[in-house]
Design a protein around this ligand. Structure first.
Ligand code: KIV
Length: 277
């Protein structure tokens, strides 16, 4: 990982736009997406060459300590979106519309999408669902805000699904998902997250659409991949789905650093003369 992963890191690049993300699919270049909820993570991921920073409502589980994403509010999302956009990343910043910020009406959806741009500085928004959100997608896009769709294991529907289960295993559900994907593309989405679905279905949807698919537990044939940064960095020790690959163990490194600090203070090894005035 080390040598290769550093290629391109830190190279100045121009701002990545939604059309530029679509162009990556046309060029056949895989798209990289990670979640970011704060200024330092946004800066580091941007310097590493990530193309899209998703301020995901996974914020609720990995940062705020909730058991699901359902309690996350617009105010929570805007607070963290502002922290990410203050890093002035070249990466496209996508604000994730939280539960009940777009379901009640199309007007509510457009108004809240606008808040992500005006108050959060986001470049685009994401919302979950298929045909039922198509009108909201169309109106947000008409307002000039790029929209990322999200199908499959959509966590805001956890109560309806009865848990976090792989979706669309049966033929009828697969056909429905393909129809939903086409509907979202026709409504104007510039990209589509596919979460927790069979890899073959991820490949089919990616072939069928002109817009890029971004997979998370949807196989390698998706046009891009997204991981929750706390999973990727080994900072979250809750349930880990099998699609998570941990590229670091920052949780262990952090606990170890705190433990060494505690030991040094208790033994009066910190601070030394050189660390004192
Ligand atoms: O909230 C989130 O982090 C997401 C990704 C997992 C796609 O929606």
């Amino acid at each position: 990982m080390s040598g290769e992963a550093k290629v391109g890191a830190g190279v100045p690049r121009s701002k990545i736009t939604a059309p530029a993300v679509v162009a990556l699919k046309r060029k056949g270049e895989p798209i990289t997406v990670v979640t970011a909820y704060d200024f330092p993570t946004a800066r580091l991921a941007d310097q590493a060459g990530v193309e899209i920073l998703l301020v995901g409502d996974s914020l609720g589980t990995v940062v705020l300590g909730y058991e699901s994403t359902l309690p996350v509010t617009m105010e929570d999302m805007l607070h963290h979106t502002r922290a990410v956009t203050r890093a002035k990343p070249s990466a496209l910043v996508v604000g994730d519309m939280p539960f009940m910020s777009y379901q009640a009406s199309t007007e509510q959806a457009v108004a809240n999408a606008g808040r992500f741009v005006q108050e959060g500085g986001a470049d685009a928004v994401k919302l979950e669902g298929g045909a039922r959100v198509a009108e909201a997608v169309r109106r947000i896009v008409e307002a000039g805000i790029p929209v990322m769709g999200h199908l499959g294991l959509t966590p805001q529907s956890v109560l309806a699904f009865g848990g976090y289960k792989v979706q669309a295993r049966g033929e009828a559900d697969q056909e429905r998902l393909i129809t939903d994907a086409r509907t979202l593309e026709a409504a104007g989405c510039f990209s589509l997250v596919l979460e927790g679905i069979p890899a073959r279905l991820g490949a089919t949807v990616s072939r069928e659409l002109q817009i890029p698919t971004i997979g998370i537990g949807a196989g390698v044939q998706c046009d891009g991949q997204v991981l929750v940064s706390h999973d990727l960095l080994g900072l979250f020790h809750g349930h880990q789905p099998k699609f998570v690959r941990r590229y670091a163990e920052l949780g262990e490194a952090t606990r170890d650093a705190f433990a060494r600090y505690v030991a040094d203070v208790k033994a009066r090894r910190f601070p030394t003369d050189a660390e004192s005035y």
